[in-house]
Write a protein of this length. Structure first.
Length: 346
């Protein structure tokens, strides 16, 4: 490998070039001074009007932040809901919260063009249901996903297979098509999270330097969108289970039934868990509410260690806490195991 004209030799190497903002193909965008996740934090004054293109995790997080700072925020997405990969009920709950904070949401939008004016303001032209709309803003934030950084690295010379959209191709041990070279992080995975990059780096260190055999497929990956309320998830979604025709049961506890949430007047949201039908094996979970990102770790730990939902009911949780909702899910599952005879005995 050559770095600043100097040739470095290695027996093992790892590519960790990360990702960058994916820029959509919208007419006029190349002539607009738009913001990305990098340049956004260089702003020196609050825009009175902010247009956010894309309603994924970053788009939603920044939309709420700037709305609370005092900006009039317009949030656009081609999808039918914001955070369209999450459970629909979770997305709708967040949409209701955004609307209550004055965020103008425009789902099912088709981007026509974006124009920048002499004073620096911009106009976003869209269509919805065949009708044209335009929005004048002071700044435009592009948050339509991430693309792996793989161009102009000479990967093909090293015999490393890659795609400009999907990144570097790796096997389950994070080896590239050149067995001496590994990859980790955003450049080689669909899970573009800091905690995922950390986990992949640990796998590379073990496998490349200490003759390990850790597999990416063994990882259970949780994630969280840090809006208010937070939306956290791990494992399979309902749509995944339906698509693969996996029989399952769903258990849900609403925060409106949790004393801590009632005391804090913050009872919106829920904890929902899917288990394999006839067992308490956890297949997936979604939490919507304050500190959802902290709470999802208990369920992730259970999944990693094959601890069933019913067993969680026997774990004492401090009272009053919001995590009590997770224990109550275990109670709900255990109720399904009670027969008429056992109820009479009780």
């Amino acid at each position: 490998i050559k770095v600043n004209g100097k040739t470095l030799r290695f027996s093992k190497a790892c590519i960790c070039t990360g990702s960058k903002a994916s820029i959509p193909n919208i007419e006029g965008l190349n002539n607009v001074d738009y913001l990305t996740n990098v340049s956004l934090f260089n702003l020196k004054e609050l825009p009175k009007r902010l247009g956010v293109i894309g309603a994924g995790a970053m788009g939603c997080e920044m939309a709420q932040v700037f709305a609370r700072f005092g900006s009039q925020v317009y949030l656009f997405t081609r999808s039918l809901h914001i955070l369209n990969r999450e459970d629909e009920e979770a997305s709708i709950l967040l949409e209701e919260q955004f609307a209550s904070e004055g965020i103008s949401i425009h789902c099912n939008s088709e981007y026509v063009r974006i124009k920048q004016h002499k004073n620096g303001s911009k106009t976003i032209f869209i269509t919805r249901d065949g009708k044209p709309y335009s929005f004048r803003v002071d700044q435009v934030l592009i948050s339509t996903g991430r693309r792996p950084v793989v161009k102009n690295l000479g990967l093909d010379v090293a015999g490393i297979n890659f795609s400009e959209t999907k990144g570097i191709k790796v096997n389950d041990y994070l080896q590239t098509s050149n067995s001496s070279v590994y990859a980790a992080g955003d450049c080689c995975t669909q899970y573009k999270f800091t905690h995922m990059a950390d986990s992949l780096s640990r796998i590379v260190i073990r496998n490349a330097l200490f003759f390990g055999s850790l597999k990416v497929s063994s990882l259970v990956v949780p994630w969280c969108t840090y809006t208010q309320p937070e939306i956290a998830h791990v494992g399979a979604y309902l749509r995944d289970l339906s698509e693969y025709k996996i029989r399952f049961q769903t258990f849900q506890v609403n925060f409106s039934d949790i004393d801590r949430s009632i005391l804090e007047n913050d009872s919106k949201g829920f904890v929902r868990v899917h288990v394999k039908d006839g067992t308490d094996k956890i297949l997936g979970a979604t939490i919507v509410g304050d500190r959802a990102g902290d709470m999802i770790s208990e369920i992730t730990l259970a999944m990693v260690n094959n601890i069933g939902l019913g067993a969680i009911a026997s774990v004492i949780h401090p009272y009053p806490t919001k995590a009590e909702a997770v224990r109550k899910l275990g109670d709900e599952f255990n109720k399904t195991r009670l027969t008429t005879l056992s109820l009479i005995h009780i």
